[in-house]
Design a protein around this ligand. Sequence first.
Ligand code: GDP
Length: 440
Amino acid sequence: MFDNLSDKLDKAFHILKGHGKITEVNVADTLKEVRRALLDADVNFKIAKDFTTRVKEKAIGADVLTTLQPSQLMVKIVKDELTELMGGDAVGVNLSGNPSVILMSGLQGSGKTTFSGKLANFLTTKKNKKVLLVACDIYRPAAINQLHVVGEQIGVEVYSEPENKNAVEIAQNAIKHAKANGFNVVIVDTAGRLAIDEEMMTEIANVHKAIQPQETLFVVDAMTGQDAVNTAKAFNDRLDFDGVILTKLDGDTRGGAAITIKSVVNKPIKFIGTGEKMEAIDVFYPDRMADRILGMGDVVSLVERAQEQYDEEEARKLQKKIAKNEFGFDDFLSQIQQVKKMGNMKDLVGMIPGASKALKDVEIEDDAFKHIEAIIFSMTPSERKSPALIDPKRKARIAKGSGTSIQQINQLLKQFDQMSKMMKMMQGSGGKNLMRMMGG
Ligand code: GDP
């Protein structure tokens, strides 16, 4: 995410390294590079220019008052300005209705249906809501089916009337159904077109008027850069939505839409989509996004994701197993599955400060655990329980079964052994052994 921009900004700050203070001259060179970085990221000219003007004023004013190095100071100012540009504080969705109605709008292919599913899943699993999804696309039967598939996948009911060609009626009936059946949230997925056209805008405006949603969200594909910003503006002029959903940020290396949309449309980005899976949704926090853009990672989100996956009972069971020396490959496998639930590897690496940069040229597989899982799946239950059983003959069998090499098996066994020792050490006397080992 945003690798190019991070790189270029880093180079811009580098100009100031070794300088004792910020001067008109060295700051001008840096700002020229910052502006160029923004333009390359598909930020429009005026926004990029205003941005660097504000940064310059702050940098020159702040220089005398701070003990920071000029380059550090510049990073801080750029971070603050980026955060501000992207909206300052995070803004949630309004769930005050009974039921709360959320109307989804956006062009076809923007990720509207996928996001409707993600949001339904998010509200069900994280906010304890009973959610109804509504298929209001009266033109494409495939779109109705798609929503049903999504609903089934996440265990959320989907309301549709495939024979009805009146979107307003379907939406109204769905809300009646929701009221009668105790749903807290209704998410209405509407029809999109390939480009903005009058008929679509009129239809969605009519649905909007009839159902008076608490929240109207506009979904847009981040990879389309300036086009995303322009489409958002056109929709907003007509529909006056409440918030933007930026999808496909996982494929967006430039970042222009994320940076500019708020200042052009004056509506906050509320969520981002970072993958095709139902879990690939994040609340949009401008300050965390600024950290990511500057290659500073996003430790807060990483820790939050880890906490979400943390299951106290599981952890206690695991602790007992470790104490009794019973930690085996099955437990290892379930640990891997927990980590995988946190998101894809590329995304997670991007949240570790400095890691994106350090691993820039390393190809990170989306499913980095594929080989490890294959190896474990090829082990017998008794081998998983007692890895010591795995002799050379068994290794050859496992390698064949998992399509890996003996070296890979040896490597995994070694890692597993080291990990078991480490866990044992951390267990014993509340981590004192580990401290001792580390010379503490
Ligand atoms: P709609 O026509 O607006 O309803 O769009 P869809 O929900 O059908 O999405 C269009 C395509 O984009 C599908 O192939 C989705 O899997 C994909 N997609 C949606 N959101 C994301 C995302 O956040 N990241 C990635 N990589 N793909 C996405």
